[in-house]
Design a protein. Structure first.
Length: 309
């Protein structure tokens, strides 16, 4: 006579194994969940509440409604200048960084014995570029007696330009620093270039297409999803730039290099206006969110996805 107790036991064993896997999944994701709630979600909720208060950290918050936002838009003349400086920085630094990253990626896409070394060297600025040490070094390089002027003198250009002392040049020293930090975008472009089928280039070559034609007809269209991804990331990073302005120029001369994040930091911790600083932070969240939404809505006109034909 057959034993009919084994199948239920097997089902029970399978159910226990699945429950164990679920518990293990929750356990492994718990550190992330705790970190997300404690260091991201909760601070964001608190900062949104503080944006409607008069709060200086040392005193209890006092609810003032929309006064911080009204002051920000109508009563703070420096606010719009700072926002304009940051927008100028983003408009020029982000495209230039992506162009530089794409050029270097095209040069490194062919594998060789030193490919790994070259990729590591070009990626290094992205790791150390936002450090205080590099910011101080950059400040010394563009001083009137710095390396840049010395190099110009060696090629016959006799000048002692105070690059950080002029409104027209100070912001561009920070933009050049941002462009130099193209390593992360370069690696993403490299990955995207390797996903393009070689057969497309072979067919284009047989048809007599030149290198420029292959780039604009094959490489660039096939790379648009990667460009879109890099553009979103660098746009957000551009608005979050802080160290360059805070360490190198301190916003000088005449606030021409005062970034939005630095001014927000000054209001929050130097002027003890934490409520006003929180309002500035949420305005920036809104601006970045709107720009990101515009990019997502516009991608159907210029981003090519192979799966969509």
């Amino acid at each position: 006579m057959k034993n009919t107790t084994n199948p239920p036991k097997r089902k029970k064993t399978l159910a226990q194994a699945m429950n164990t896997q679920k518990v293990a999944g929750y356990v492994f994701t718990l550190p992330f969940i705790i970190g997300f709630l404690a260091f991201l979600a909760l601070p964001m909720i608190l900062s949104f509440g503080f944006s409607f208060t008069k709060y200086s950290i040392l005193e209890s918050p006092e609810f003032i409604g929309l006064d911080n936002y009204i002051t920000m838009f109508t009563g703070d003349s420096k606010f719009w200048k700072v926002f304009g400086v940051t927008l100028y920085y983003v408009i020029f630094s982000v495209p230039l960084r992506l162009i530089m990253a794409l050029i270097v990626a095209l040069l490194l896409v062919k594998s060789s014995k030193l490919s790994g070394f070259y990729r590591a060297v070009f990626y290094l600025p992205s790791i150390i570029g936002s450090s205080v040490a590099v910011a101080i070094l950059w400040k010394r390089m563009f001083a009137s007696d710095g390396v840049i002027n010395a190099l110009l003198q060696t090629v016959g250009i006799n000048c002692e330009i105070a690059w950080l002392g002029r409104e027209s040049t100070a912001i561009w020293t920070l933009i050049i620093l941002a462009v130099w930090q193209f390593g992360s975008s370069m690696l993403i472009f490299l990955s995207g270039l390797k996903q393009i089928p070689v057969s497309l280039y072979e067919a284009a070559t047989v048809d007599g297409a030149t290198g420029i034609q292959r780039f604009f007809k094959i490489t660039l269209p096939m790379l648009t999803p990667t460009i879109f991804f890099n553009l979103i990331n660098q746009l957000i990073n551009g608005f979050m730039a802080f160290t360059q302005s805070y360490i190198i120029t301190q916003g000088k001369p005449r606030d021409s290099t005062l970034f939005y994040t630095v001014y927000m930091y000054q209001n929050s911790f130097t002027y003890n206006k934490m409520g006003y600083g929180c309002a500035m932070a949420w305005f920036m969240v809104l601006v970045v969110g709107i720009l990101t939404l515009i990019l997502f809505k516009s991608q159907k006109y210029w981003v090519y996805y192979e799966s969509e034909g």
